[in-house]
Design a binder for this molecule. Sequence first.
Ligand code: GLN
Length: 489
Amino acid sequence: MIFQPAHKILKEIRERNLSPVEVIQATLEWAQKLEGKLRSFLVLDPEGALAKALMLEEKLKKGEEVGPLAGIPVAVKDNICTRRMTTTCGSRILENFLPPYDATVVEKLERAGAIIIGKTNCDEFAMGSSTENSAFFKTANPWDIERVPGGSSGGSATSVASYQVFLALGSDTGGSVRQPASFCGIFGMKPTYGRVSRYGLVAFASSLDQIGTFARNVPDLALLTEVISGHDPRDSTSLPEPVPSYSKELDSPVGTLRIGVPWDLLQEGLTPEVKEAFEDALEIFERAGFAIEEVSLPHASYGIPTYYLIAPAEASANLARYDGIRFGLRAKGEENLISLYKKTRGEGFGAEVKRRIMLGTFALSLGYRDAFYVKAQKVRTLISQDFQKAFRKVDLIALPTSPTLPFKLGEKVQDPLSMYMSDLYTIPISLAGLPAISIPIALKNGLPVGMQIVGPALSESLIFKASYLFERESGLSNLKPPIVEELSA
Ligand code: GLN
């Protein structure tokens, strides 16, 4: 049962052939088998999940309304606030933090009848591309447990890829939903900036952060995304635009779409395995009747240096609130205020977070602000304009998600710059605030490869439709990593 797509399970539950309690029990049993090997979760809440399932069962018996995700087990990244479970952001500084409120997306999931079974591991404050920056432990890639699952939402991606949950939420600031989705062989959507409320998402870089979704097929992903999207008066950057029913629109015709490929950006860093998989994927698109064209994004290759000024600058301001007074950890034995700040932050933050706070503080400091931060903002505008120009010519843009296959655990931890390069193809899209999906396109050496489909602002529906066409044409969905095959045999 746990290997079925969520939309099938939903139907079974609604027709009363399956009960939410049965689904939750099967899920928790399976999660127990895998958790020791993969370590996707920072917290699991079996009791809470069962209680919720029982409540849903009562409602179903009485014929009451239960919501579009009723009875579906989901996982939530641990930088999204939940009242019932701690929210650590993968950091010592928030190790015991129990938020006094739920994030808007969590409220929406609960209202839709989804069952949140746990909080997933992530890079500390979502800074990283491998989940190795978590202060607690590392998470393994289900396709090869010696490799990273990607990051920073690596726990959410593995929990879905290994069938521990049907759906999960992550956050994507520069690629943290798309890259782990690609590394784990599943689908991941980063919606348009402002499409999903950030209320209750712990801030990293506020002008880039966006909550995103994971699933093993497009219909499930479309459904989850539509449930969490929409305007929220509690987030002043959320867009007051109606949300189309992405899942219902999936089958409506798209005509002959023009897909642009930014070959200029792909000159750098692309490994032969990923290039080959990507070229094959373009052929599948052509077979499905799409026209492939070349587009140019001349400033996109400045994405990484631009991002590593803007994101740390915003992070240095956002993380100032962890002072030992208001949230989480407080260092012991300090008598004066300044030394309390220093010791708390010294003990509470890991190396990558400290590196970013220093970089950001420097980029914003008097005398350097114009040369670095302001300059980066200008380049960000140029990158946005590149996309606007390209979308005058084509409907969507396709490019690989990551330039490489999933790398080995430990391979890049000593070399932050090579870690940063993982996001070469995702970051320009984040800087432009555009929606993008990552979809599986191949297995190379037994490891998944992903491709992004990017569209203009608020074109999620079109992106889902194109992805769905690809999914059906390629047959690449609901993939089973070897560890899942083994343990289910
Ligand atoms: N890997 C990028 C970083 O380290 C992106 C992270 C993210 O999207 N949260 O900042």
